[in-house]
Design a protein around this ligand. Structure first.
Ligand code: AG3
Length: 269
């Protein structure tokens, strides 16, 4: 079969993957959703033409958006993920023995449905009794929420449904929804292709939190392959705790080295 899926990552850059099959395709009330079988990266979830996660490289993103903040918190019990309907972040969060409740706040029920059906390796933890799934708007949820220990913003790009997840008011409501040792992380796009988004997220998180730091990971199916996360903390960062579970990307060394930024990224923020 010689069918290709192409993500137009910017007006001038695209990534093409040969696909074996279209497993699912629908227009949900919020976005266009597809699950494709690719040759190189296995099954893949696509929202509005943008690759969200693939079986082959999802572990990088999901380990890095969760373990880095959770191990910096002294005792995370109540955790939330905004977006992240594929369930990969929840799977990693539930590896932490201290976690009692992991709330998924996903606006689009169809993302969870498709992930449960086609990506069971990623979504399996959504059936765990500590996982609580809420199909609602993350912006409204965070205005009312309280006493979370760690909050992760596992969003799509800042267009369409996720736009309001990239504004300073949202980071302020996350601050208010966190307890005294609270830590947040938001995925914040690629330093090569979206430097202005990194600047915007860093400015917004720094406005709400006394401590704001950027860290990086390599994710081959995302634009440019170099990806950023922005972390906000209410307290100065402590020495990370030890992980007591198995990982495939994260190591104790990466927990620290991911914050060491190349000069051009340092100069951005
Ligand atoms: N959320 C971040 C995806 C951003 C990718 N952007 C793109 N392909 N243009 C991933 C959700 C995984 N739980």
């Amino acid at each position: 079969m010689n069918t290709w899926f192409t993500e137009l990552q910017t007006r001038n850059v695209s990534l093409g993957l040969r696909i074996e099959d279209v497993l699912w395709h629908e227009k949900t009330p919020y976005q266009e959703l597809a699950v494709l079988q690719t040759e190189a990266y296995g099954r893949m979830l696509v929202l509005d033409g943008a690759i969200q996660t693939t079986i082959v490289d999802e572990f990088v993103y999901h380990e890095m958006i969760t373990h880095v903040p959770l191990l910096l918190h002294p005792n995370p019990k109540k955790v939330a993920v905004v977006g992240g309907g594929d369930g990969g972040a929840i799977r990693e969060i539930l590896k932490h023995p201290s976690v009692e409740e992991a709330h998924l706040i996903e606006i689009d029920e169809k993302v969870v449905e498709a992930s449960k059906r086609f990506l069971p390796e990623i979504s399996e933890a959504l059936d765990d009794e500590r996982a609580k799934v809420h199909f609602t708007d993350g912006i409204a949820w965070m205005k009312e929420a309280r006493d979370y220990d760690v909050i992760m913003v596992d969003s799509t790009d800042p267009v369409g449904p996720a736009e309001g997840l990239f504004v300073p008011e949202f980071y302020q409501s996350i601050y208010d929804a966190l307890g005294p040792d609270g830590i947040m992380v938001a995925q914040s796009e690629s330093p090569f292709l979206e430097p202005d988004i990194i600047q915007r997220v860093m400015a917004g998180v720094s406005k709400a939190f006394p401590v704001a730091r950027l860290y990086l990971a390599s994710i081959p199916t995302y634009p440019s392959g170099l990806w950023s996360f922005t972390l906000g903390s209410k307290k100065p960062l402590q020495k990370p705790r030890q992980a007591t579970f198995k990982t495939r990307y994260w190591t104790p060394e990466i927990q620290t080295s991911c914050f060491q930024l190349p000069r051009f990224v340092e100069d951005l923020i």
